[in-house]
Ligand binder design. Sequence first.
Ligand code: SF4
Length: 734
Amino acid sequence: METLEAGGSVERRVVHAVCSHDCPDSCGVLVTVETQTDANGVKSERAVKIAGDPKHPITRGFLCGKVAKYLDRVYSPERLLYPMRRKKGAAKESRAGITVFERISWDEALDEIAARLEAIAAEWGPESILPYSYAGTIGKLGFGSMDRRFFHRLGASQLDRTICSEAGGVALKSVYGAKLGTPTEDFAHAGLVIAWGANIHGNNIHLWPFVEEARRKGARLVVIDPYRTRTAAVADEHLPIRPGTDGMLALAMMHVIFAEGLEDREYMAACTVGGEELRAHALKAEHAPERAAEITGIDAETIRRLAREYAKAGREGSRPAAIRLNYGTQRSENGGTTVRAVCMLPLITGAWKYAGGGLQLSTSGGFPWNSAALEMPELMEASELGRRARVVNMSRLGHALTELGSSTDDGPPVKALFVYNSNPAAVAPNQNAVLRGMTREDLFTVVHEQFFTDTAAYADIVLPATTFLETKDVQGAYGHFYIQMSNQAVAPLGEARNNTWLFRELAKRMGFMEPCFADSDDALIDQAMATDDAKFAGITREQLEQEGHLPVGLPKDASGRVLPFSDASWFGTASARGGLTPVPVYMPPAESRGGAAAKDGRFPLEFLGRKADNYMNTTFANLPAHQKMEAARAGMLEMHPSDAAARGIGNGDAVEVFNGRGLVRLKALVDGVVPEGVVAARLGWNGLATADAVGADGHAVNVNALTSERLTDMGGGATFYSVLVEVRKAQAAS
Ligand code: SF4
């Protein structure tokens, strides 16, 4: 404790928290909190420093550029600090802004929400109420606990949370039966790292030191990505593959491996089923490197060389091959098949046998949460519905808000939308349809948020939400194997409240009497961790509160190493082996140069609506420091020189990017980060990328004005990277 000259004192403490943003790294965070007591004994507290936990084996003491400045975000003057209601008569319009809202108390807000939901449920049935949330926080309680109980008890429509990773997750599980992968630390032992659709520098930065360690020992880093990402720019080799053709590349690699006898037959016999069928399929002429080269844009000799290098890694004392696969590869209609094909590669070569070999897409299967206890789906039976509610796919929100209910089979139209942990007005595909839905005057919309987002602009009631510094939660990861406790560092700012508090209070207002609605956050954490699974054996909440992080209990070999899928005991499939059937059959996405939608030639360019390096989807996109880091490429359409020249477009020209769903105005940036036939622009808040990003209906829009509601082949995921467009020079204003 320090004594202040003006009287009073100041005390500092360090609190262990966890970054809850949707990132594989789930960093351990140390928050320094200063409590000042003035001469009159009045206390005030503030977080004054945030840093990566040096004791966390993956965080290793540093945070990414997005979160290193997090206190600017927590204490931003733009934080929402109290509930608000749209003023009577004010239209739902994106540019009207916060001025059409008036401050109300929490009591008024909760009473009004409860009354409106009750009235809507009575008139239209409870399924006319749609919750909409995703991974704005990936803390276990914040992501899904009391909120799910509330909506289940209400009988609201269930939301199928497909927008990000579902196709890949379902695909991974179909091959391995578990969402596990190479431990992050073990990438340091690899001799070949393939970053497949993985921008490690942009959104998995804590893997990078292990990749660099491997490279210092002689490893090669190969990046397979249509876009020259920051990672590709510093790799040993960048293969600019055409969007949506990764599955064909994987099949061509298998073709070479089987044709040259490079597969690991012993491992395949012990750990896989369907090997012979896959071999026959891969060896078909259509998967020969020359044929694959025509489809992928990667020349045949490069495919052969990569396949040989990949298959031979780990043999004869050499160091193994590790693939870091990421979710961009599964955001096409063939995304599930693509992930299945790539995931089969280490099963053919036996790369799993070696420390530093294998593949990582997600490690979330290392955390056997008791989600059923947290979410209590059985509460639907106690709702007015008395049965399981219908399921609405979040990747088709535009359809849900504009078309659902028009057929008698659909159930009721959506009459209330309750948004938390998400910004669907900006991140959902087919944005013009989403915004048409959100402007419906007969739609009652509640948004629980930290900032006045694009979605908040369409709300009837806006509620202030906490950041991860202001609440307690427990968290796993999808990029490492450490469970962590995020202790509350500071009191909620203003009147901000966390998700569990919000839905507890609403449950009271709705008269839900079940005792589960009174569970405290600690009780919820205990319930989430209550499992017989050995991975959580011996780990308690109290221990986590003290330690911050603990490794989950994964099986170890005789040398104490964790080697996922090195033997058959690891597989969770019905066959208890790696599943190589059904064989992955390559189909071009409809909206790709090889797909059906390209045939009429109206929209000849493949469009990538990419994640910005310095934002997390749209989170951080409103902050000046982050905008500054993105300034060089925000509002730009990145083009290949030949595509620009063919359209008479020069660097810096204003352009219109369009297809049958929408139009976005951007500026051309012709600098070779995309291959011929591909154009790219970055996701941000609507209208922020450029002052005149306006959609067909006059709303501010972003790149999602161009994306479609087509779904992936597995998991019903969004297909953000199967989009065809045309580009023209913008007409000068007359
Ligand atoms: S966004 Fe990812 S890398 Fe950045 S601090 Fe959070 S978990 Fe770590």
